[in-house]
Design a binder for this molecule. Structure first.
Ligand SMILES: N[C@@H](CCC(=O)N[C@@H](CS)C(=O)NCC(=O)O)C(=O)O
Length: 244
């Protein structure tokens, strides 16, 4: 089998990885035990590089069309897939061993993806601010301009220290409380009880993002909530997906 190619975004961090969306297919590839290699594309070069390889643009709910990562190329089939969800679907259909949508759960997990995004929506300007700090100057500039346009807010307003940042932390904690309720509703360490699924990858890749971009004390605060279960969950999913 020829290794698949996953297009990823680098950072200044040791180990490079940081971005939650490319992490999703990376975790799936690891879980399914598929061979793959990475092609690193600087944030500011995503559009030009993706145009060059013929990837399609992504369409956002507000109608914007944008070249985004992750993109996956599969030389075994000739497929070139944009968008983490579409990649997950593609990998599941093409390589069904070790399923990520067991028990016909794909529709529910798609709905869960939206629910999980909405859960953190109001708090993620803080990790976005921290994300800009782990990119080099050129990419940080690009990233900030793009996020300002997306959020319709000046960068300095994203999550300034003080009441606004405190409110983001409060929203964060409430979100993790909801997440805890989801996990507590069944016995077993995964969201579907004993069955590992893409839903766990959706939660873990966000935790992964927080761990990578937030300052150590900030991540440790999140990891320690609810008896340290979030640090443990991330480690469990990483082990399950062979990404450590
Ligand atoms: N729904 C898409 C979102 C992908 C996305 O927003 N990717 C970001 C990086 S994490 C990106 O490539 N943004 C390009 C830009 O802002 O120009 C997915 O899940 O793949």
């Amino acid at each position: 089998m020829i290794p698949l190619i996953l297009y990823e975004i680098p950072s200044k961090l040791e180990g490079n990885y940081w971005s939650p969306n490319p992490a999703k297919p990376r975790f799936v590839l690891g879980y399914k035990g598929l061979p793959f290699q990475l092609e690193w594309v600087e944030y500011a070069d995503i559009a030009s590089r993706m145009k060059e390889i013929g990837a399609r643009q992504n369409k956002f709910p507000d109608g914007r069309e944008l070249y985004t990562l992750p993109v996956l190329s599969d030389p075994n089939t000739g497929a070139l897939v944009t968008d983490s969800w579409k990649i997950a679907e593609y990998l599941e259909e093409t390589y069904p061993d070790k399923p990520i949508f067991s028990n016909k759960s794909k529709g529910l997990i798609l709905a869960f993806d939206t629910a999980a995004s909405n859960l953190w929506k109001a708090a993620i300007t803080f990790p976005l601010l921290r994300s800009s700090e782990i990119l080099n100057e050129r990419n940080a500039k690009f990233f900030i301009t793009a996020r300002e346009a997306g959020l319709k807010e000046k960068f300095s307003e994203f999550s300034p220290e003080g009441p606004k940042r405190d409110e983001h932390w409060a929203i964060f904690e409430r979100a993790m409380e909801t997440c805890k309720e989801w996990y507590d509703s069944l016995e077993g360490k995964w969201l579907m009880g004993d069955v590992f699924s893409y839903a766990d990858i959706l939660i873990a890749t966000r935790l992964f993002w927080f761990k990578r971009v937030l300052h150590d004390d900030e991540w440790e605060k999140i990891a320690s909530w609810h008896d340290g279960r979030w640090g443990t969950l991330l480690a469990d999913v990483e082990r399950e997906c062979n990404v450590v």
